[in-house]
Ligand binder design. Structure first.
Ligand code: F6P
Length: 342
């Protein structure tokens, strides 16, 4: 069988490990041929692809990003998108499509499978770890490691100057990276999108930290919002998802903390550093196992399914189960971590 592979949405460490595992097992054990579509759904829309053979995937396991390129193109929003995709698959005699992506990319795969008889198997990825139906997505562990190392480094410079250091991490809708890296890095305050924060309370925690002769580290997810002030964070422009862009909750926090406590504050925005570079060992392990199980699902004709991690097992679930709702931080878990605040 000829199998198509694509990577869609924001890139994340481990994508190449999935591609490698799919191709290695698919060729060696099942004798399949592979076509890599370029730049997410844009590839099958425009008929742009490359040949994926064993040689093409050699040496890519530790490489960040994706050798196929990625985009946030959504064929359901393109004129004639579904027909164009079906035409490409028919022309290239593709019998199955492995779609590696987050909520948007997999949402398309679910609809194509369920409503338009396009044989898709999904693989969940995102540094945000906010996909339902899987305990973890690959990319998350790497992002948390990078953020934790940054927090460790910021502790020593914060202490040297007795300043507040605000660290803004990724996570528009879910605070997983903030929560895990904040806890691992010994932050004094962790702010997440799931729960609006009270700036007075944040300042009280900061002040009590100084009283104990420590320099406070505040970790904030990019989508976190003050209880009564989101207006100040909106600059009016739209991001690549069509959402109103939130600019600089980290910068805003540092200014407010300085103004209200009289203490000097600085902000570090980690941004795309969290997504770049080589995957952690855990992410290579998870991505590889996802790839091996995804090609098994293709081989068995189990379409409309997504591979997922449950405990230490890889299972198959309907793709739609992963995209129906975002997996956000449970308030109880957040409350548990709150014991370290202040
Ligand atoms: O979904 C992954 C992610 O890195 C989010 O954490 C972040 O908000 C977003 O993508 C950034 O998107 P872009 O790379 O398009 O700016």
């Amino acid at each position: 069988m000829r199998v198509g592979v694509l990577t869609g949405g924001g890139d994340c460490p481990g994508l190449n490990a999935v591609i490698r595992a799919v191709v290695r097992k698919g060729v060696q054990e099942y004798g399949h041929e592979f076509v890599g579509f370029r730049d997410g759904w844009r590839g099958p829309l425009e008929g742009r692809s490359i040949r994926l053979d064993i040689r093409a995937v050699r040496g890519i396991l530790p490489r960040g990003g994706t050798i196929l390129g990625s985009s946030r193109t959504n064929p359901l929003k393109e004129e004639d998108g579904i027909r164009r995709i079906k035409d490409t698959l028919a022309r290239q005699e593709i019998g199955a499509l492995i779609t590696i992506g987050g909520e948007d990319t997999l949402g398309v795969a679910a609809r194509l499978s369920d409503e338009y008889e396009v044989p898709c198997v999904g693989v969940p990825k995102t540094i945000d770890n906010d996909l339902s139906a899987t305990d973890y997505t690959f990319g998350f562990d790497t992002a948390v490691g990078i953020a934790t190392e940054a927090i460790d480094r910021l502790h020593t410079t914060a202490e040297s100057h007795m300043r507040v250091l605000v660290v803004e991490v990724m996570g528009r809708h879910a605070g997983w990276i903030a929560l895990h890296s904040g806890l691992a890095g010994g932050a004094n305050v962790i702010l997440i999108p799931e729960q609006r924060f009270d700036i007075e309370q944040v300042c009280a925690w900061v002040t009590s930290r100084f009283r104990a002769s420590y320099a406070p580290i505040v970790v904030v997810a990019e989508g976190a919002m003050p209880r009564d002030g989101d207006v100040v964070l909106k600059d009016g422009s739209l991001d690549s998802f069509g959402h109103v862009r939130l600019s600089g909750v980290g910068e805003w926090l540092a200014k407010e903390i300085e103004r209200r406590t009289g203490k000097e504050a600085r902000t570090t925005v980690l941004g795309h550093v969290q997504r770049g570079g080589t995957p952690s060992a855990f992410d290579r392990w998870l991505a590889t196992r996802f790839g091996l199980h995804a090609i098994d699902a293709v081989h068995e004709g189990d379409f409309g399914t997504m591979v997922a991690l449950r405990g230490t097992d890889i299972v198959r679930v309907p793709i739609a189960e992963a995209t129906a709702r975002l997996k956000t931080v449970d308030p109880q878990l957040y409350a548990e971590v709150g014991v370290f605040f202040g």
